[in-house]
Write a protein that binds this ligand. Structure first.
Ligand code: FAD
Length: 448
């Protein structure tokens, strides 16, 4: 298998750092160029806490290069959702079986750890403060500009654009390619990171091993645990309108909003007003594009290829899975045209599927987690899937815990199961009879 000396990865984010480890382990020499400064040396980005949920697809991506145990040390398992209902009660919804969990990790911690692990490879070099500004597709060269405005040109055998949702590599390719399809879609909701601090005794203020959700119809607050005892909260809210970030434009309004909508959270958020006024409000975008591969030696990966909204907690997991698939194809073909073409053929439908699932889960988390029929559906599905695991796997389980099922297949099977559930939930007295043999027989009948 040919080993290349000049592989360039643009972006030392989550996916670029992991990809460089995969490529290095195949014997290639990899240079990673990152526009930001090295976050391991401190600074604003390293200090800001943003949490991500890492699940089985992501773990598989880490395990295949032997670094899952390293990352486990900085991750907290979350076994279910704590739904903080508007009436003040809490409903616990397990994510799956007792052992199934998703893991809360701090974005900066995992990114820094991945950079360390990449740099520990003798054939990976990370270059910081280098912004990709141009690509010459024909000659496979890139321009990087440093903080002093000096531009260098880097020649490459292969280029991987792992530079995130607003990828410069993708933009360059879009500008210089015929028939580049591009779709960018913003939802009307944005987000802001907030904080629940650690208790005085060093423990967590809320149940530690759970993802907390305060669903309120058009908006919601979530909280993920940190290893230092704090929680990172994210408020998802309309950007404009009556109840929106735009409307929360004074200390009094912020306070009243939280006191009324999330009273239990408000009590344990002493820095709320400061955090709200200081932290940015960010928008949420879905990006679909095609092709992902150019000239058989340039490819997009991670968010650069498929940015999705965060409501399935799958963006990073999907990017890590891209690395797994690419690695398997390198083993099959070598790193060459056939490998990259098959990578795009396999992954594009999965990128599209998880983008659609993520939008659908936005509605589910925001509107439905508190809905009586939704809660009943989860109970029925849990019963049927336990009894007939070969016939029924809940959609969430397929997406989150079943890396052997492609996202595109999960989407299709999930749609079929939802049609059956819609009919079941229409049955007379279903809230009383859901556990009956009759309902079970009906489901089996529909499945056949
Ligand atoms: P990034 O992490 O964005 O990394 C891209 C890198 O490229 C950055 O370091 C950037 O500085 C660099 N770069 C950009 N432009 C250039 C340039 N011109 N030159 C050089 N370098 C450049 N995913 C999950 O799996 N689970 C979750 O729970 C989850 N929660 C999320 C919550 C929120 C609010 C958001 C916004 C996203 C969430 N995601 C989650 C998605 C996840 O953050 C992304 O999918 C993931 O970060 C993608 O990794 P990446 O390496 O492709 O891109």
């Amino acid at each position: 298998m040919t080993r290349y000396n000049k592989i360039t990865v643009v972006g030392a984010g989550l996916v670029g750092s992991l990809l460089s480890i995969y490529l290095a382990k195949k014997g290639h020499k990899v240079s990673v160029f990152e526009k930001r400064s090295d976050m391991r040396k401190g600074g604003a980005i390293a200090g800001r806490s943003i949490n991500l949920a890492l699940s089985d697809r992501g773990w598989r991506g880490l395990a295949r290069v032997g670094i899952a145990d390293d990352i486990k040390k900085i991750a907290i398992p979350m076994y279910g959702r704590y739904i903080h209902l508007a009436n003040g009660t809490i409903d616990y919804q397990p994510y799956g079986t007792a052992e199934q969990a998703i893991y809360s990790v701090s974005r900066s911690s995992i990114n820094m750890r991945l950079m360390d692990l990449a740099e520990a490879q003798p054939n990976v070099q990370l270059h910081f403060d280098k912004t990709c500004t141009n690509i010459d597709k024909k000659n496979t060269t890139l321009n990087f500009t440093n903080l002093n405005g000096i531009t260098e040109t880097v020649a490459s055998d292969f280029i991987f654009g792992a530079d995130g949702a607003y990828s410069a590599v993708r933009t360059q390719l879009q500008l210089h390619s015929d028939r580049f399809n591009y779709n960018q879609y913003y939802i009307d909701c944005g987000y802001k990171e907030l904080c629940i601090p650690v208790k005085a005794d060093g423990t967590h203020m809320l149940e530690k091993n759970a993802l907390h959700i305060w669903p309120r119809g058009q908006f919601m607050l979530i909280a993920l645990p940190n290893i230092d005892g704090s929680f990172t909260c994210t408020l998802f809210l309309q950007l404009d309108g009556n109840t929106s970030f735009d409307a929360l434009n004074s200390k009094e309004k912020i306070q009243t909003f939280f006191k009324t909508q999330f009273p239990d959270a408000f009590e344990i958020m002493p820095t709320l007003i400061h955090d709200f006024e200081t932290n940015p409000t960010s928008s949420l975008v879905t990006v679909k594009c095609t092709p992902w591969v150019f000239n058989n030696n340039i490819a997009l990966i991670g968010d650069a290829a498929h940015a999705i909204v965060p409501f399935y907690g799958q963006g990073m997991n999907c990017g890590f899975e891209d690395c797994v698939v690419l690695n398997e194809l390198i083993e099959k073909h070598g790193l060459n045209a056939a490998c990259l073409q098959e990578y795009e053929t396999l992954r594009k439908p999965d990128g599209d599927a998880i983008a659609d699932l993520a939008i659908a889960n936005f509605i589910e988390m925001r509107d439905k987690t508190a809905d009586k029929n939704f809660i009943l559906q989860k109970k029925i599905e849990a019963k049927i899937s336990t009894k007939y695991p070969k016939l029924w796997t809940p959609l969430y389980t397929m997406v989150t815990y079943s890396p052997e099922i492609r996202y595109s297949e999960a989407l299709q099977r999930g749609q079929k199961q939802q049609q059956i559930m819609d009919k079941i939930l229409m049955l007379d007295n279903i809230h009383q009879n859901w556990d009956s043999d009759l309902v079970e027989q009906k489901i089996l009948e529909f499945l056949n």
